[in-house]
Design a protein around this ligand. Structure first.
Ligand code: ADP
Ligand code: MG
Length: 635
């Protein structure tokens, strides 16, 4: 066997670099963490060519003395652990005094730094970790680090780099992540000379979220809840603003960004039956736990996390988000396209609402745009303001209500053809089982009088309430009401026995699937029986269906079972309930009596849980008086 040799510090640094410095984005992450640790209130990141050739981070933090500047690049040099007790911080913060040494070993670095008490700053240059130049320099308080030619001396690593666009995109995510973790710091990010992100650094997470996620995520719902020893704060998108991917889901545990299937599952559980298939909520959630409740992988470059009590964490996030969603009205505004500016108008008169032109990988708002956006949001009526106004006006306003007769809710009429009578009494709001006390489900004020105006296109109910008009999709509303009614009934769904059982021929595998799942079908109100070749005999169907729709529903159920997440009985049951509700609900284009429509409108306006059809389409959209006045140029 060969003789054991001790690795040179340079080789040791290269090995460490392999772990810490994977790509430009990981360099940026480390430098940003250092800037924040140095107490900076303003941090600017600039990159060229995806960060491979040039990457600069400038902060106005505490800076370094000349000696510290030199030592900072030594391996295991850190100012953040002074005593043995501080070692505990390693588990939470990942200080290992390794990052600068690792970055320096695989790049060329220029450092400029000054502490507030020093008259002069220090300028240092390093190549592959060795100091090549050192001098005094005039510079502002704080630190600027330029990293050039990353991996110039490790061609093997260079080969793993993706295109500049991809690497630049990852750097952008790293900056976004820090901006969301530290709303108190103003971050700017410039990519090839163009500013693509800037946050105001005013300490408001909401402000940071809007700057990072842009206006596409809409007005988000604020989450703030406590659960046992856990605290959850942050913002989540409303179901109607769901995104095509999970890209805008950001989780922090005790301030560290983490990736966790558990947290994603808990978040998405809160959106069950409210969001379309293939759509995902956006979020920025900060979970705070006692240090002993998590096992953070101490590796600074990794973001996995293990919770000791997974159920409590799941519940904390699930119910915290659910509570936030239930408190937030979700009646999207009718969208008008911005009026095009008259041809002769000077460019400066472009509508303020036009989206900024960006050829970027993500859409963001800069701090100024955010301010405009935030003040526009402020004008929007808040539920609490509405509630206060409502209490004040409720009683006498009712008396002076014009067309009061139409507000009176008559008994629903039974229509001879299919549609099921709409439930007399509002079904109870879907209350999650074992719902924790912490969550107050707020309801929208129901005492602002409203007026049924009419129906549009045999599909949309038009209602006026105060300074808002609502358009209610009658099918979506009825479907949701039926769905909630079916769901609230945890036992079997009441069924009707057919006088003449219906034979129904279908694909052989559908017959087999349905027969295999008879107990599920029974819970849903179906009784079926084998009836010769590829045929089922339908003996009982749910109360709310007629024969023709029952066979349709069975076909869909077979399809659901075929695609269904077999293990999750609740999900299958929900899927089946969607199908039953959808088939039984009145359809767009059908003739409906005014009484039926009134009854639907009444339920939609009085129950905040009726926001989306079970597939996630909105039930009700808002057309405000203000918006109309704007369209007619009255305001
Ligand atoms: P760690 O952050 O784990 O301490 P680093 O290698 O990232 O290790 O940094 C080493 C030391 O350099 C830090 O402990 C800090 O004292 C100093 N340092 C690094 N970046 C900055 C900065 N931007 N401003 C002030 N001091 C810094
Ligand atoms: Mg560090």
């Amino acid at each position: 066997m060969s003789k054991i040799i001790k690795l040179s510090p340079h080789i040791a640094n290269l090995i460490a670099a392999g772990e810490v410095v994977e790509r430009p984005a990981s360099v940026v992450k480390e430098l940003l963490e250092n800037a924040v640790d140095a107490g900076a209130s303003q941090v600017t990141v600039e990159i060229r060519d995806g960060g491979m050739t040039f990457l600069r981070v400038t902060d106005n933090g505490c800076g370094m003395s000349p000696e510290d500047a030199r030592t900072a690049f030594l391996r295991h040099a850190t100012s953040k652990l002074k005593t043995a007790e501080d070692l505990a911080c390693i588990t939470t913060m990942g200080f290992r005094g390794e990052a600068l040494a690792a970055v320096a070993s695989v790049s060329r670095i220029d450092l400029l730094t000054r502490t507030p008490s020093a008259d002069f700053g220090t300028s240092l240059s390093l190549e592959a970790g060795n100091i090549t130049e050192e001098s005094e320099a005039g510079c502002p308080v704080g630190t600027t680090i330029i990293v050039r030619d990353l991996f110039f001396n490790t061609p093997a690593r260079m080969k793993f780099m993706k295109s500049d666009t991809v690497e630049g995109g990852k750097v952008a995510s790293a900056v976004q992540m820090q901006a969301l973790a530290h709303p108190e710091v103003a971050f700017r990010f410039l990519r090839d000379g163009k500013e693509v992100l800037s946050t105001p650094g005013i300490g408001s997470l909401e402000a940071a979220v809007y700057c990072v996620y842009g206006r596409d995520s809409g007005k988000m719902a604020e989450v703030s809840s406590k659960w046992e020893k856990f605290t959850l704060t942050g913002f989540v998108s409303k179901p109607t603003d769901a995104r095509p991917s999970r890209a805008l889901q950001t989780f922090f545990v005790n301030g560290r960004p983490v990736k966790s299937r558990l947290l994603i599952a808990a978040l998405e559980e809160a959106y069950r039956n409210q969001i379309m298939v293939g759509k995902f909520p956006a979020c920025v959630l900060h979970l705070t736990t006692p240090a002993s409740a998590v096992d953070v992988n101490v590796h600074p470059a990794k973001t996995e996390v293990k919770f000791l009590n997974e159920k409590a964490v799941f519940d904390c996030v699930h119910y915290g988000v659910l509570g936030a969603l239930n408190k937030t009205p979700d009646r999207p505004q009718v969208q008008f396209k911005p009026t095009p500016a008259p041809a002769a108008a000077p460019a400066a008169q472009k509508p303020a609402s036009a989206a900024p032109k960006q050829e970027n990988f993500f859409r963001t708002m800069n701090a100024q745009e955010y301010k405009a956006f935030a003040s526009a949001m402020k004008d929007a009526p808040k539920p609490s303001a509405l509630a206060a106004a409502a209490t004040a006006r409720a009683v006498d306003a009712r008396a002076s209500l014009p067309l009061q007769e139409s507000v009176h809710i008559p008994t629903p009429v039974q229509k001879p053809s299919a549609p099921a009578p709409i439930q007399e009494k509002a079904a109870p709001a879907p209350v999650p089982q074992q719902e924790p006390e912490q969550i107050a489900i707020a309801t929208m004020p129901t005492d602002i009088p409203w007026r049924y105006v009419g129906e549009l296109y045999s599909s949309y109910i038009l209602v006026e309430q105060g300074d808002e008009a609502y358009l209610i999709d009658k099918h979506a509303a009825h479907e949701r009401i039926l769905f909630e009614k079916l769901k609230a009934n945890q036992e079997a769904i009441s069924s009707q026995t057919l006088l003449t059982p219906i034979p129904h021929r279908m694909a052989a595998d559908s017959v087999a699937l349905l027969l295999d799942n008879q107990s599920v079908l029974e819970e849903l109100g179906f009784e079926i029986q084998e009836f010769g070749e590829n045929t089922l005999l339908i003996r009982q169907i749910p109360m709310d269906l007629d024969g023709e729709h029952a066979t349709d529903a069975l076909e869909t159920l077979a399809e659901d079972l075929r695609n269904g997440r077999k293990g999750q009985k609740d999900s299958i049951r929900d899927e089946l309930l969607h199908t039953v509700a959808c088939k039984a609900a009145i359809k767009a284009g059908w003739q409906s009596s005014e009484q039926e429509l009134l009854k639907l409108a009444e339920q939609v306006l009085s129950r905040e849980d009726l926001k989306h059809c079970p597939h996630g389409r909105p039930i009700c959209i808002t057309l405000s008086k203000k918006e109309l006045e704007k369209q007619f140029k009255r305001s």
